[in-house]
Design a protein around this ligand. Sequence first.
Ligand code: FAD
Ligand code: NAP
Length: 309
Amino acid sequence: MYDVAIIGAGPAGLAAALYASRARLKTIIIEKDGPGGQIKTTDEVENYPGSIRDCSGPDLVERMKEQVDHFGAEYTLDTIESVSFEGKEKILKGMNKEYKAKTVIIATGAHSRPIDCPGEKEFVGRGVSYCATCDANFFEDLEVFVIGGGDSAVEEAMYISKFARQVTIVHRRDELRAAKSIVEKAKNNPKIEYRWNSVVQEIKGEGIVNSIVFKDTKTGELEEYFAGEDDGTFGVFVFIGLIPNNDIFNGLVDMENGYILTNERMETSIPGVYAAGDNRVKDLRQIVTACADGAIAATQCEKYIAEQE
Ligand code: FAD
Ligand code: NAP
């Protein structure tokens, strides 16, 4: 029986584990993919306090995990498939094992939203990607289309431009959503171009991507773009937002548009169950807010357990 079981080892889960284990609570983090969550997929983190001098996402994750290990939180690789939150003993059913805990912190984060157009699924890993740090080097000296207009699209376009010959940001409007500081940097990058008022209608190819059909969001006009003869292919990197990883909690805790509702103490609608990070209703989804949520949730677990005893 654990005091605290944390589902997910992204920044929210790791911060929660740090606070819980430092408070001497018997803590376990259950993670399905290896520590880090979304930040392990980004090359540069420059807005998390203290992350200066070329701090990459994987660097930051490594330090967070080391700190958690230092304070003795248990870490295990497993996917939680279902949960039972009735009664005082919370039960988490993993693919490998069952876990019991007095309190639970749901820190399951979010994953990339797909375009959902024909050809997208078929060409994942063969031209279509959702992770620049994982795949950008496959497009050395080739063309790349980056889909989306938020922070991720613009930042990752800059990273991809270190490899690609040219990067075109494809956005459904004519104004980027990304933060001004990020937009300014991208504007000074000679390899980045923009295709405004466009969405992707279809991705085509033979084995690998070799054409893409764009739809003009104003006129409805379609245009098919083909890879240059010498290139034979190009990349399509998709950054059009996130979907919270909350399916297994549907109907168990209160949600809004798939995100878990909490108060400022990270309490969900079930006593002893907390949510932290990108999977909850909030205005700013960042490492710093995910960590803050995790710290608050862990501190509340400590109070909750003390009150129950
Ligand atoms: P996540 O990072 O999504 O972690 C959730 C974890 O839970 C994952 O490891 C997942 O595998 C695990 N999990 C999910 N379901 C289960 C389950 N059923 N069982 C077990 N484990 C499960 N923010 C910044 O502040 N600065 C940046 O520079 C920045 N750059 C970014 C670049 C990109 C490309 C992206 C996509 C995001 C970026 N962000 C940045 C946002 C930041 O990464 C997120 O706000 C942050 O990672 C949220 O942390 P989290 O712990 O809530 O969720
Ligand atoms: P986001 O902020 O939700 O932006 C998604 C972008 O994709 C928007 O420009 C949106 O267009 C567009 N879009 C959405 N659905 C689309 C569709 N079906 N077809 C075409 N375009 C579509 O998502 P994000 O950029 O992935 O960022 C997610 C979170 O992580 C945000 O909270 C962000 O701040 C954070 N993040 C932070 C940093 C950083 O701090 N450095 C870096 C990366 C991410 P509209 O603009 O028209 O809505």
